[in-house]
Design a protein around this ligand. Structure first.
Ligand code: GRF
Length: 221
């Protein structure tokens, strides 16, 4: 890795996770810098966030390409020109080809608004409500060839409350995404992550043997 690790963030929308990464690079919590933001859609708010922070942006429209492979090839070339150490998917709404995943293997991560491996894919807040689970949350994981299947780096759990709908639950999860993604990126750029099979080892991680959340919260103390 170069002295100050270079991060690229891929977005398709509002970019609130991008903002949390920008803020945490600025504060020094993440010892790296965002060198490039790529959006597959023009006019999304995430691009404004990047421009406001003085970060170079590129719009690469998937519709301009004949195939997924050609789109991914173009995006991969731009990322390699920029010599990025880490590629973060942050609300990037395109499924990546095996070729792209292979090209950035081990340095491509994603955030997903559920506790994987439960509820991969889309509309996962409603899926969690429909399944009646008592907790949901978010997951940051390395990207492999599957959809939301790669080795897990970090998760945050939130309770599901009786009056929740998909929107209130999504908001509660998103607040934790804004803490969990910077944590995972920090661990990556500090060189503290290693993958063994499906498991990610975090060097010098603290562990709390008695940590637990119970929902509904009426258990004996
Ligand atoms: C987040 O919920 C993220 O987990 C999912 O897409 C959403 C993006 O939100 N992959 P934002 O664009 O970062 O605000």
């Amino acid at each position: 890795m170069t002295d100050t690790p270079k991060i690229a963030v891929l977005i398709s929308g509002s970019g609130s996770n991008l903002q949390s990464l920008i803020d945490n690079c600025a504060s020094g919590y993440i010892p790296g810098r965002i060198a490039l933001v790529i959006s597959n859609k023009p006019d999304v708010f995430g691009l404004e966030r990047a421009e406001k922070a003085g970060i170079p942006t590129r719009v690469i429209k998937h519709r301009d390409f004949d195939s997924r492979e050609a789109f991914d090839q173009a995006m991969g070339d731009v990322l390699e020109e920029t010599e990025v150490d880490l590629v973060c998917l942050a609300g990037f709404m395109r499924i990546l080809t095996a070729g792209f995943v292979d090209r950035f293997q081990g340095r491509l991560i994603n955030i997903h608004p559920a506790l994987l491996p439960s509820f991969p894919g889309l509309d996962v807040q409603q899926a969690a409500l429909d399944a009646g689970v008592r907790f949901s949350g978010c997951t940051v994981h390395f990207v492999d060839e599957g959809v939301d299947t790669g080795p897990i780096i970090a998760q945050a759990a939130v309770p599901i409350l009786p009056d929740d709908d998909a929107k209130t639950l999504a908001g509660r999860i998103l607040r934790q995404e804004h803490r969990t993604y910077p944590l995972a990126v920090r661990l990556f750029v500090q060189g503290r992550l290693s993958i063994e099979g499906r498991r990610v080892h975090v060097a010098e991680a603290q562990s709390d043997d008695s940590a637990a959340m119970i929902n509904p919260p009426e258990a004996p103390g």
